[in-house]
Write a protein that binds this ligand. Structure first.
Ligand code: MG
Length: 271
């Protein structure tokens, strides 16, 4: 467990049945992130590590702004691209999580996302998924062609439509109001592919600490037969943080991006 200026958090990971663990995570100071790398040989692990490393300088700081997070995302994009050049293979990574920031004098979570790892916010044992997957099946759900339940079992559920390393320096972001003592769950698809959102909420909400919650969720994924690396970070706001009454809002960083010409990145199916 690490102490930030107001957030705390902890992470856990397991390779599952895979020979390598290509996920990376950081839960230190105000930074709580999970990255799920893809690419042959060492490319996936190097890509997820590079994305996380871009945020390590922020973990040492006591105060961060949304602009600091934006700058780190740009660094992460460039560093993951460089990994691809160095290993000479197509490699990339998802990246999602929450960074404790100050904006207009108030504490907020800045939630960021590229790819299909997920960040959830807990209200007791109820979960709300903040991030929207950048995935082929999410596009089918958005178009009304399949249901969310069908998406969970779809043969193409491993195809993601954005990743760090695809050459597009863009990401989704939200400013989420801090609720005293509430938790966030940040996880790779090794968890979310096999453990339901309601069970994630029960386990994370009823655990004694973020560390306990992260370890129990990794255990749950293994017990449910995950075929993938599984990584979970649980972040928590202190009970003493001053609540404010704003609602979550997208952080407007770029004009609406309608470019669907980006190539989809195929991921190794976990089956
Ligand atoms: Mg994965």
């Amino acid at each position: 467990m690490s102490e930030g200026h107001w957030s705390v958090g902890a992470g856990a990971t397991d390779a599952g049945p895979r020979p390598r663990n290509e996920d990376s995570f950081l839960s230190s100071g105000p930074v709580h992130l999970v990255a799920d790398g893809m690419g042959g040989h060492a490319g996936g692990a190097a890509a997820s590590a590079a994305a996380i490393d871009a945020f390590r300088p922020l973990a040492e700081r006591s105060t961060l702004t949304p602009e600091d997070v934006t700058a780190a995302m740009t660094t992460a994009h460039a560093d993951v691209l460089e990994v691809g050049r160095r290993v000479g293979a197509e490699s990339g990574t998802t990246l999602t999580g929450a960074i404790a920031v100050e904006h207009e004098g108030e504490p907020w979570w800045m939630v960021v996302n590229v790819g299909d790892s997920r960040t959830y916010q807990l209200d007791g044992t109820e979960v709300r998924q903040i991030t929207v997957d950048h995935s082929h099946v999410q596009q089918l759900v958005d178009a009304g062609r399949i249901t969310a339940d069908e998406a969970a079992h779809h043969p193409d559920r491993h195809i993601i439509t954005r990743a760090l390393g695809d050459g597009v320096d863009a990401f989704d972001a939200w400013l989420v109001p801090v609720v005293p003592a509430s938790r966030l769950v940040i996880a790779s698809d090794g968890l979310t592919g096999v453990v339901s959102a309601s069970l994630i909420g029960s386990v994370a909400g009823l655990s004694d600490s973020p560390e306990d919650a992260a370890e129990r969720l990794v255990e749950a994924a293994l017990r449910h037969g995950t075929g993938d690396n599984v990584t979970v970070v649980v972040a928590q706001a202190p009970a003493t943080v001053t609540p404010h009454h704003a609602v979550a809002e997208p952080w407007p960083l770029w004009p609406e991006d309608d470019d669907d010409t980006r190539g989809a990145v195929a991921r190794t199916p976990s089956a």
